[in-house]
Design a binder for this molecule. Structure first.
Ligand code: ATR
Length: 296
């Protein structure tokens, strides 16, 4: 993907702060969107070591950046440097998008709306659904927040470490007192018990992600629940073993590309105030993934 607009003295800058960042698809996704809309903007990777985070944030203001995306390991650590946080960022406990407005740092979390938009574009509407979320890490926090916000009927969090799932629920209960949030240990039995009682299963764990593509959080000896939609946040590979098995069993499946694109689109809209060219961003991510595959 080439940047059509030449960088010049007036180019608006945004980027991605993380450690590492070299494998990210965000630069090609955002630069494709800027080129599509003829915006004089550029998105650059910003590798920042954990110890350098405070100086890097100060540097953003000094260098007149419009904003940044934030990824591992800084999503929680940046929160204390924000002048204001959106309700989603505050409740989830993580910022993935910063918008600098007059030297004020505004912290947002676009993973939650990104996840919901990825479901809705596949005609999956969580309102009233019974949902099982596998995992209780950072990604799960955004997903469970989004599901509660969208008025899912009930959400059960299944995690290897049950304490983490319990903490997640504790953190969300104040914001969503009416939501039915529960947790259980992630075991063959707890997964098998979902049969007939669940409408949507979301994998937020990293199990099945490149390079461990042959793995799945759903054991082979546990049947796929009937009539449930299966969604994976992993996008490399696009069809994980988790999704392939569900699809073979007749389930509707939703891969992780949609959430990647929609969280990026929401960040794009915060920064530019313009509607994001979703399909251009999706094609740029797909092209980036194909390139990755070729080099793996
Ligand atoms: P992220 O920000 O991507 O969610 P994370 O906060 O490190 O990353 O969370 C990773 C999630 O994947 C956790 O729920 C983790 O389970 P634990 O809380 O028990 O660590 C889950 N996970 C990672 N590897 C796993 C595995 N092999 N089996 C089951 N769960 C796993």
């Amino acid at each position: 993907m080439s940047i059509k607009q030449a960088i010049n003295g007036k180019t608006s800058l945004v980027g991605l702060m993380g450690w590492p960042v070299e494998h990210s698809l965000s630069p090609c996704m955002h630069n494709a969107a800027f080129a599509e809309l003829g915006l004089d903007w550029a998105y650059v990777p910003l590798p920042v070591r954990p110890d350098d985070l405070p100086q890097a944030l100060k540097g953003l203001a000094a260098l007149n950046f419009v904003g940044v995306n934030v990824t591992i390991p800084h999503k929680q650590a940046v929160m204390r440097y924000m002048d204001d946080l959106s309700k989603a960022a505050k409740t989830i406990g993580a910022v993935n998008t910063i918008h600098l407005q007059g030297n004020k740092f505004m912290g947002y979390n676009t993973d939650a709306p990104g996840f919901l938009n990825a479901l809705v574009e596949k005609d999956c509407h969580p309102k009233g659904m019974r949902v099982a979320v596998l995992g209780a890490g950072g990604a799960a926090r955004a997903v469970v927040f989004a599901l509660a916000w969208a008025e899912a009927d009930a959400v059960v969090i299944l995690n290897r470490t049950t304490e983490r799932a319990a903490f997640l629920i504790e953190d969300l209960n104040d914001t969503f007192p009416q939501s039915k949030l529960d947790f259980a240990h992630l075991t063959n039995n707890s997964l098998a018990a979902l049969d007939g009682k669940i409408d949507l299963v979301v994998n937020t764990t990293s199990v099945g992600m490149h390079p461990e593509k042959e793995k799945s959080p759903w054991p082979t000896d546990v049947a796929i629940p009937r009539n449930a939609v299966f969604c994976d946040l992993v996008y490399n590979p696009l069809e994980t073993v988790f999704l392939a098995r569900a699809r073979e069993a007749g389930a509707k499946v939703i891969d992780g590309l949609g959430m990647l694109v929609h969280q990026g689109a929401a960040a794009f809209e915060h920064w530019t105030g313009q509607a994001a060219p979703i399909e251009v961003m999706r094609r740029a991510c797909l092209a980036g993934l194909v390139n990755k595959l070729a080099s793996e």
